[in-house]
Ligand binder design. Structure first.
Ligand code: HEC
Length: 96
């Protein structure tokens, strides 16, 4: 019956989630990565010289990234992201 396959799909997703080999990382990291890839990477890993490249972002304090996304020059790029999404992407960038 349908319920069984739904349960299997959820189990498969749950098995995929803790994929990172470095345990102890912030749980926000996978979500932060998804947001980064979807909304930031095209500029920040493109070699576009106006945009600080990823290593430069990683050197900033997470709070500064959140501020850039909230009240700074990146606020338009982060439109629609919840505060915890901004935290997640900042945590992802600064964790590497
Ligand atoms: C359309 C291209 C583009 C996208 C998309 C983009 N950025 Fe940027 N980002 C830039 C440019 C260009 C600058 C330099 C802005 C400046 O110096 O005024 C910048 C600057 C920044 C800075 C430094 C801000 C500061 O105060 O110096 C941070 C942090 C940042 N971006 C994070 C992000 C994050 C996180 C995302 C995804 C949510 C993102 N950006 C999406 C182009 C982009």
């Amino acid at each position: 019956m349908r319920l069984r396959s739904t349960g299997a799909a959820i189990a498969a997703l749950a098995a995929l989630a803790p994929g990172s080999p470095s345990a102890g990382q912030a749980p926000a990291a996978p979500r932060g990565e998804a947001i980064y890839v979807e909304r930031c990477k095209e500029c920040h890993e493109s070699g576009d010289e106006r945009a600080p490249q990823r290593a430069a972002l990683a050197a900033k304090p997470a709070a500064e990234i959140v501020a850039a996304l909230t009240t700074g020059p990146m606020a338009p790029m982060a439109e629609g992201l919840a505060p915890e999404d901004k935290q997640a992407v900042a945590a992802y960038l600064t964790a590497h």
